[in-house]
Design a protein around this ligand. Structure first.
Ligand SMILES: [Fe+2]
Length: 119
């Protein structure tokens, strides 16, 4: 859970722009290495997973490791924020079950709404 949480906070933290920036994930991984030991304390295995997830999160791949894939599913299921509907081929089988609900949720103006999206 900590790896997924840190991914959520950090994976786009080193973007230079909101458009094309293919190295932003690798820069975020380097930043996480700098922060580890001071602001959070990951094991070597956790840090390796976090850095891998960040470095390759925008490449569209699927990963066998559940932690890494959870990071990628979470990011991709929220693509409605930039007007893109998530596609099953870029998600785990579990993540693909939530495409419709996540897309509806990401399009709403008040994400704290009590509306039921079937999640
Ligand atoms: Fe990104």
């Amino acid at each position: 859970m900590l790896v997924v949480e840190l991914f959520a906070f950090l994976h786009d933290s080193r973007r230079l722009n909101e458009f094309i920036d293919p190295e932003h994930g690798s820069r975020a991984a380097s930043y996480a290495k700098e922060l580890n030991g001071t602001y959070f304390h990951l094991t070597d295995e956790q840090l390796e997973k976090l850095c891998h997830a960040m470095s390759f999160h925008s490449d569209g791949g699927i990963h066998a490791d559940a932690t890494i894939q959870t990071c990628w599913d979470a990011d991709r299921l929220d693509l409605g924020r930039v007007g893109i509907k998530p596609r099953a081929e870029f998600l785990s089988k579990e993540g693909a079950k939530y495409i419709e609900a996540a897309y509806k949720w990401s399009l709403q103006s008040d994400p704290n709404s009590d509306e039921d999206f079937g999640i």
